[in-house]
Design a protein. Structure first.
Length: 365
């Protein structure tokens, strides 16, 4: 085994053991308790390296975790750790469960047994007392792949701290700068490669443009990116920022003017909401939940068919045309982007809705 690589079998065994331990803990500790919300996060841990970790970290500031004397369980669809028996015990004991539903598994992006993964996820989806769908697309895809849910729920988009993520007071003197950010695995390389092709075409037209690529890359993405930058002679106008922590994310967005998000079928990407809060309008694939996030005045949509069997990307010609439009009109759209984030995705509103749902479920027990 290569140094630094995790043995897949060891990883599966560790995950299975963790789920078993959590299940036993829940079987022992589950009981109805009154009072203010005391939340158990179902085995998910707080952190800064991804959407589920960030959500737990944010909630934990307002609802500190109690892994034993809890009266509410909060689950995330990305981390379905609790086994079905534990979920049923919670139901039997009258402990309310709330599920934050993101995406599902389907063949276009997941090479493993997507049906088995969805069956695992479906248990919480149907047994939860309340579901927060991260977008209308999240609800539609969950009902399609997990089975239509009959219980209560609502659309609650992800949130952003709009004081932490904000525009610079004054735009620096720099080229019009595009940003592509996130986690990049080999199947997502077109997010980078197509943006590089579009940038090269704009440069050929004589435009003063640049591109920041920020986030972690697997080895294949990194190799292809460096090769494409060299092939297109973009070394002087492409910044490879590398991986970053949530605490340093604002400066990533403040280094750019326009965000590019062409990933197909993304339910509710935090990077789009963070970009909007930072005053970056968005060029986006017209699939998934991103059209709901950006709206009609804070970005430029790219026509793309929604497909769960094949990863379908917008055409490079369309992307290049949108990049040209954005380079000419980003200033006005930047104001709309910031206003939209403050009005719709502010963290205080998101926390408040959780507080209301927790209180309602506990009151009605």
């Amino acid at each position: 085994m290569t140094a630094g690589k995790c043995d897949p079998l060891a990883k599966r065994l560790a995950r299975s053991g963790y789920r078993t331990a959590l299940g036993l803990q829940t079987l022992i500790s589950a009981r109805r308790r009154r009072g203010a919300p005391k939340v158990f996060y179902g085995g998910a841990r707080p952190g800064s390296g991804g959407g589920p970790l960030v959500k737990v970290a944010r909630l934990n500031e307002y609802f500190p975790e109690d892994r034993w004397a809890y009266n509410t369980v909060y689950l995330l669809s990305n981390t379905p750790y609790l086994p079905r028996a534990a979920l049923r015990r919670l139901k039997q004991r009258g402990v309310p469960t709330v599920l934050n539903q993101n995406g599902v598994f389907y063949p276009a992006w997941f090479g493993g047994n997507w049906r088995a993964k969805n069956q695992e996820m479906a248990a919480a989806y149907h047994l939860a007392d309340h579901v927060f769908w991260q977008s209308s697309f999240s609800r539609r895809s969950a009902d399609c792949f997990l089975g239509e849910r009959e219980g209560p729920g609502e659309i609650l988009f992800n949130a952003v701290d709009t004081t932490h993520f904000s525009p610079l007071p004054e735009r620096p003197d720099r080229p019009v700068t595009f940003l592509v950010a996130g986690r990049f695995e080999h199947h997502l390389y077109p997010r980078i490669g197509d943006a590089l092709d579009g940038l090269a075409r704009l440069q050929h037209e004589g435009r003063d443009v640049a591109l920041v690529i920020a986030g972690s890359m697997d080895d294949e993405c990194r190799s292809r990116c460096r090769a494409d930058v060299a092939r297109l002679a973009l070394e002087e106008v492409v910044i490879l920022y590398g991986a970053y922590e949530q605490s340093g994310a604002p400066e990533v967005y403040q280094a750019a003017d326009i965000y590019i998000m062409t990933k197909p079928n993304d339910p509710c990407p935090n990077t789009v909401i963070e970009a909007l809060a930072s005053g970056l309008p968005v060029i986006y694939s017209e699939t998934g939940g991103v059209p709901e996030l950006v709206g009609s005045d804070a970005g430029w949509p790219l026509s793309c068919d929604e497909d769960f069997d094949t990863m379908r990307w917008p055409g490079v010609d369309d992307l290049t045309a949108a990049m040209a439009l954005a380079a000419d009109g980003f200033a006005a759209a930047a104001t709309a982007a910031r206003e939209r984030a403050v009005e719709r995705y502010d963290l205080d509103r998101w926390i408040g809705r959780h507080r209301d749902v927790f209180a309602s479920l506990l009151e009605n027990r």
